[in-house]
Write a protein that binds this ligand. Structure first.
Ligand code: SAH
Length: 350
């Protein structure tokens, strides 16, 4: 990775200052901002002089990821992309076509260091954080490749967004700029394994994103066995931070609950989860139940197909909103980190 200015990671204001710094008028910064957010490369920035375009080409870097491979599910509803970054690393994103619109799931880091025991993304640790340009670049690259408008964004791919805090927040601000991609932040969900200081800080940023918290257990001892982050922050501290997020932003927090056979899928788990959320959140929240996607290396098993619905039914009887996440794109390795992992394994075998 070079030290050249990374233009797509700059806010519009920063690009205006950048334009001034190279002897151009500030409005050139606005023009560049708008070109970059549409994925137009330097040669295509035809309203800029040839000299300026040449200068940008040699003195700056446009870190737009490129499509390495894509796989479409048999039903055509899911498209899994493997994108190549400027230093040859790669990340995944998944485009999902729902009846209410198109959503894109993006990655926040190359790899992950959170160590959740059931997850493919963390098996080889974290390589590096993604820059704002690479977070935006996933949306731009997939949007341009598919020609589809992206209505919703979920940060639920590889990595932990709150472990890449500054880049994530800057990315959200650039994403929201009307002269750029202009996606409303109410259409963005950010998923975290539960980094308490990150949640507290995010609550104060004035960014109305939906916070999604990976709970996966209602007891600290059970959670600690599957998520190392639980050794650092207790459920009590975590849910206190979630309540703080709601108080500050007015946005209801939603919870993810990955069901793992024999670990967290009993009736007692379902009832314990309801009690915990009622007691700590004191406001209705949503639980998204995700039946485990099997990752061979982890040794954990998915629950039998009926038990996710059974678990959801118990939650609803207890007055807790819950849905079972429809598994999309299982035939294209659409679960977190699986495609990147299978590529790594192929490379190892070569
Ligand atoms: N680091 C963030 C976002 C990435 S993972 C987080 O932890 O929330 C998105 C969601 O998928 C999380 O709830 C995560 O726990 C879950 N997940 C990871 N691997 C999974 C698997 N094999 N099966 C089902 N859910 C999984």
């Amino acid at each position: 990775m070079s030290d050249l200015p990374d233009l797509l990671s700059m806010t519009r204001e920063e690009l205006r200052d950048f334009a001034l710094s190279i002897g151009e008028k500030p409005y050139r910064g606005d023009q560049i901002f708008s070109f970059l957010s549409r994925g137009v490369d330097y040669d295509g920035m035809t309203s800029l002089s040839l000299t300026l375009r040449e200068k940008l080409k040699t003195e700056t870097e446009f870190r737009l990821p490129s499509v390495l491979t894509k796989k479409r599910s048999r039903d055509g509803l899911t498209e899994k992309y493997l994108l190549s970054l400027i230093d040859g690393e790669c990340v995944e994103c998944v485009l999902m076509r729902h009846d209410y619109g198109t959503s894109l799931c993006i990655s926040s880091q190359v790899g992950c260091r959170m160590g959740c025991k059931f997850c493919a993304s963390t098996l080889a640790g974290k390589v590096r954080d993604l820059y704002p340009s690479e977070l935006l670049g996933q949306i731009i690259a997939v949007g341009n490749d598919s020609g589809e408008r992206i209505d919703k964004l979920v940060m639920m791919g590889i990595g932990e967004p709150l472990d890449n805090y500054a880049n994530t927040v800057k990315f959200l601000r650039i994403l929201n700029d009307k002269d750029g991609i202009g996606l409303g932040l109410r259409n963005v969900s950010l998923s975290t394994c539960g980094i308490v200081p990150g949640i507290e800080k995010l609550a104060e940023e004035g960014l109305p994103v939906t916070l999604s918290v990976s709970l996966h257990a209602y007891r600290d001892d059970v959670r600690q066995k599957i998520m190392p982050v639980a050794n650092k922050y207790s459920l009590d501290e975590l849910l206190r931070a979630c309540r703080f997020y709601f108080d500050k932003t007015g946005r209801r927090v939603s919870f993810e609950y990955t069901l793992i056979a024999g670990k967290n899928d009993s009736r007692e788990d379902a009832i314990g989860l309801c009690r915990l959320l009622k007691e700590k959140m004191r406001v209705t929240s949503h639980v998204n139940i995700i039946p485990l996607n099997r990752v061979e290396e982890t040794g954990f098993s998915p629950p039998d197909p009926a038990s996710a619905e059974r678990f959801a039914a118990i939650l609803r009887t207890e007055g807790q909103n819950a849905t079972v996440r429809r598994s999309m794109g299982a035939d294209v390795d659409a679960a977190c980190g699986q495609l990147r992992r299978s590529l790594q394994n192929q490379v190892k075998e070569l």
